[in-house]
Design a protein around this ligand. Structure first.
Ligand code: TRP
Length: 343
């Protein structure tokens, strides 16, 4: 039976920073789930370029990656006719609401954020930008502007989601009901792919010291194979899912296999019971990853072959997003006591 027509669909908003190239970790932990869930929610997916400038970056690369990330959203199955896909900086309401929220966010809340502490520690103390501290307030603005009910994010963003809820509650308390209080939607454990060179850390698109850390969505097949064949394992030969840190490399390979084949764990373990060693496992993992990325890469090439196509879609997305965002922003300004211009 279909839903009653008047019931508003729950809203979802999420985003990825255009800092670096998207990895199979982004695909499994985010894009694949977004694409699957987009029919169950009213979805907004943005490329959060304003967040990408909170650490040192290269302007030409930012522009290129912004378009690339947007095209990859679509190539991974996000349908712009179903979901609103846009670039954060194309909707100025994000920056404006961030300013309003800044003025009710205690500094102490921001200094407590572990991601700020980690990222700040990686830079010269005197070059840490104010924007890096303020990053979670902008993220709160992203979410609250759309009155999102649910926010699919990785485990590492849990604290930022809590802060968003605190800010929304404080605002509603000070100025009256304005924002929906959002819930985090954290993907299951198997959806957290680790680095191939270090299976104890999350696979990251911005850790570029090692060539063998991540598989990128646009890597050619031979590079994917080379990276997976080089993945760190252990000196044993047992191929099974395990929480033992010693076996983290093999476990990660199995989780990649699981994510790309959607097979149950016992079937996967049975399948590899006859393998002669980790070499066989790696070969098969490489094969399933290459096969799954092939249609995504093909679609990416199609989407980007026509000059201006992605930019046009993003312009339409920004228009749709703006309509929702502007309505919330207006309410927030009004409730805060700003004199509203006529109209
Ligand atoms: N901080 C998020 C990350 O690095 C990206 C992000 C920015 C985001 N704004 C958001 C995610 C709003 C969800 C909703 O993963």
């Amino acid at each position: 039976m279909s839903e009653p027509a008047l019931k508003r669909q729950k809203r979802v908003l999420s985003g990825v920073q255009p800092s670096g190239s998207l990895t199979i970790g982004n695909y499994v932990g985010a894009l694949k789930q977004w694409a699957r869930e987009q029919y169950n929610f009213e979805s907004f997916f943005c490329v959060v370029d304003l967040h990408a400038v909170t650490v040192p970056y290269n302007p030409a690369e930012l522009r290129e990656k912004t378009r690339e990330v947007a095209a990859l959203y679509l190539a991974c199955g996000i349908d712009p006719a179903v979901s609103t896909v846009f670039v954060q900086s194309h909707v100025p309401a994000h920056s404006e609401l961030a300013w309003l929220l800044n003025c009710i966010t205690p500094l102490g809340w921001l200094y407590r954020m572990t991601q700020f502490k980690d990222k700040a520690a990686r830079q010269q103390a005197d070059s840490v930008g104010t924007g890096l501290l303020d990053y979670p307030v902008l993220m709160a603005a992203d979410i609250l502007l759309y009155q999102a009910d649910a926010v699919p994010v990785g485990d590492d963003q849990r604290q930022h989601l809590e802060l968003t809820r605190d800010i929304a509650q404080r605002f509603n308390h000070l100025f009256g009901e304005t924002f929906t209080i959002p819930e985090a939607m954290i993907p299951p454990a198997g959806a957290r792919i680790k680095g191939l060179d270090n299976p104890l850390v999350k696979m990251s698109k911005s850790l570029t010291e090692s060539e063998y850390h991540a598989v990128y969505l646009l890597d050619p097949p031979d590079r994917i194979k080379k990276k997976i064949m080089r993945a760190v394992t252990d000196s044993g030969r047992e191929i099974c899912f395990s929480d033992d840190p010693e076996k983290a490399g093999v476990n990660n390979l199995l989780e990649i296999y699981e994510a790309f084949t959607d097979q149950p764990r016992d079937a996967i373990e049975a399948h590899f019971a006859q393998a002669r060693g980790y070499g066989d496992l790696k070969k098969e993992v490489a094969e399933v990853v290459i096969a799954a990325l092939q249609p995504i890469q093909q679609r990416y090439r199609e989407l980007t072959s026509e000059k201006g196509f992605i930019d046009e879609l993003l312009a339409q997305g920004a228009e749709r997003a703006s309509a929702v965002a502007e309505a919330t922003l207006r309410r927030a300004r009004e409730n805060m006591g700003f004199l509203m211009p006529p109209g």
